[in-house]
Write a protein that binds this ligand. Sequence first.
Ligand SMILES: [Zn+2]
Length: 455
Amino acid sequence: MQPQAFVPDLIFRPREEINAAQELRFAATMDLVCAHHPHYRQLFAQLGLSRADFQSTADLARLPLTSKHDFMGDPQAFLLGASDVEPEMQVEWDTMYTTGTSSGKPTPFVSTAYDYYNVIALYKRILGLRGVGGDDLIANLCPLTVYPHGAYHRVSAAGAALKIPVVNLVPGRPSPHFHLGSELDDVVEGIVRTRATILWGVTSYVRRVLMRAAELGADFSRLKLAYITGEAVTPALRANFEQCLHAAGARQASINVSYGITEIQGGFTECCPGGGFHNPLPEDIHVQVVDPESHQPLPEGERGLVVISHLNRRGTLLLRYSTGDLSVLSRSACPHCGATTDRFTEMPQRADDLVKIKGMLVNPTVVEAAVLAVEGVKEYQAVVERENMADPFSMDRLRIRIAGTSPLADKAPRVSLAVKQATGVTPLVECVEASAIYGPNGSLKLKRFVDQRKG
Ligand SMILES: [Zn+2]
């Protein structure tokens, strides 16, 4: 079969062309899945389904959702495992791991050489949506981790897509055996020294770098873009982040937020602030939003579970995979950039994000907005615990740790009142050093909401 050529501007072509590309890839993928894929072959046998039952992507709805639990339970069963294909389809290029699973054990996600070529194509589109150009230089602020993670490794793929330099500043220290990590001040110095124009990292860490740059008076005026991922960004946090950019002297820089997930080896990308999260590679990544109960696809504009199917993978391959996040989908042309690709019009948010405190359902993003709205508060962490941790039946307590510009003590009553007004729960507010919130090494994701009642 003749390989399909990569069409750089496909996401701006009429939607029918995207649909046609998806159907071609889906047909080829289902041929391979029905012949080789251990998990789905077994599932189809149980359900009495065969290749003929999958005529188009609409037939994906015949399948039950694949849950994270299914994937985590037996990741090897999701490797396509085709052995009668060209070498690049089979050669294992690398394995990235998911983060933040409830069991704490990351799940391997395997790419063949062919998959990696397509990851580079994915980043060609991602950087195009962001307006990155040939004279940019990316500072990779994602940390080295013990389990290889796309956040760190895929920034180099992005550089390869546009043929632009990437500097890995390697913050943190994943292991006592590693001695070449950068401290916070080294990262600030590295950004100035290399004349980076783009900062790329996890939201809370990039923000911390900007705050330190402001303290040191570092020259960040060359910055054009802060590309942040890995954590949900509320409007309050975005506004606060803008202030941090300004304070660091990056007056021309804009913020670009991405909904990044290991299972697409990249992120659904904004074209401009508030422009929604665009599917960069729809010919390879099929997205649906489905009813959380019936799991049937919802009309555009309705909120439901985000579900992903791979249309063109040779390593790990998932069909109707539930990300566990809720969002709203649009397939009409983006009013900002004109792209006709799928677009999440809300930042996808974990379906199980609401936390019950003293019997009240509390949304952590509402807590965040209330805390960060108090002037002078730069960092925070919310901890849900029991008043007496030794007594499993004692009352819940919400404790909020804040850090920021001194004097901070007078901010505590204002934070307490703001959170009470926003959620109905009166918190205990403590003023701490920012380092007490980040911890000594800084993990990949700062845990802003910690529930200590669990486990
Ligand atoms: Zn757009």
